[in-house]
Design a binder for this molecule. Structure first.
Ligand SMILES: [Zn+2]
Ligand SMILES: [Zn+2]
Length: 138
């Protein structure tokens, strides 16, 4: 997909991505549940990302390996970012409609932490947290 821009609710922050992966993932881990009130639907954007309005971005250090960015004006959850590789996962809801049409929801992680009260009907590849860590340790 050509470059695209993710924008928060108040539009003070826009994040230009040169390249995104249109395969959407959901994370059901307890940190995501607390952060966003439910599963986190995200888009892998790699490292080729330019943040405009960076003065409105606050990053919360959510674990040893990652931080979570939000707009300090409107509260929109912007990204999950790996500290080591500086790789961005952006919230799927921030992208323009034209891009969202190309999104395909195909994987779910930390499936063992998903609360019982919901489940997605999409056919996806599901991984536990342990499987995710094992995959990234390769
Ligand atoms: Zn905002
Ligand atoms: Zn999570």
């Amino acid at each position: 997909m050509p470059s695209t821009t993710a924008t928060c609710l108040c539009k003070k922050v826009s994040i230009k991505c040169e390249e995104i992966n249109t395969n959407i993932g959901a994370c059901h881990c307890s940190t995501c549940q607390t952060w966003g009130g439910g599963a986190y639907l995200s888009v892998e954007a790699g490292t080729n990302v330019t943040v405009q309005g960076a003065e409105h971005v606050t990053a919360y250090d959510s674990s040893e390996w990652a931080e979570r960015g939000f707009c300090n004006k409107c509260g929109t959850h912007l990204f999950y970012k790996l500290k080591g590789t500086q790789q961005y996962m952006l919230s799927a809801g921030l992208f323009p409609d034209a891009d969202v049409k190309a999104f395909k929801f195909d994987h779910q992680i930390f499936i063992e932490e998903k609360p019982e009260f919901y489940s997605f009907a999409n056919k996806t590849q599901n991984m536990t947290g342990a499987e995710v860590f094992a995959k990234h340790a390769e």
